[in-house]
Design a protein. Sequence first.
Length: 169
Amino acid sequence: MNDTFNNLTLLYVEDEINIQNNLTESLTIIFKNVYSVENAELALEIYKTKHIDIILSDIGLPGMSGIDFVKIIRKDNKTIPIILLTAYTHILLTAYTQTDILLEAIKLKLVSYLTKPITLDSLLKTLLDAKNEISNSNIFEINNNNIKYNIDKKILLKDDEDLYITASE
């Protein structure tokens, strides 16, 4: 499992400090970098200044909600995998109903929407889904001659055929 995420960076937004500390401790074992913050404003600062591969965010945040945070991200980046977390109590404390939140979240192209308390198994499965989204979208064109490089698989393609090159090339 460690090799699966060891080249990725995660942005984790959680206002409940005990939950944040416990999960961050686990996530730092498997991710290259984990930026862990307690509100959406700090998360936006990190997002704008660091390379982030996956976002994991609570919905019920102080100040800006997780939904509003994701809306801002989606204006800039339509493909970054985002996972939203919620606790039933957060839903009761907001003006939204659970259905309203789910309908709004659907529009944001999320990897998943998990309800707290989350299990490690469900989180890891969801993170693997996020990793697969990255893998499926990580083909970038190098030039205009139909040459592409898949960052995740480290494969160079020309006209959609593998070009075999050495590691130093």
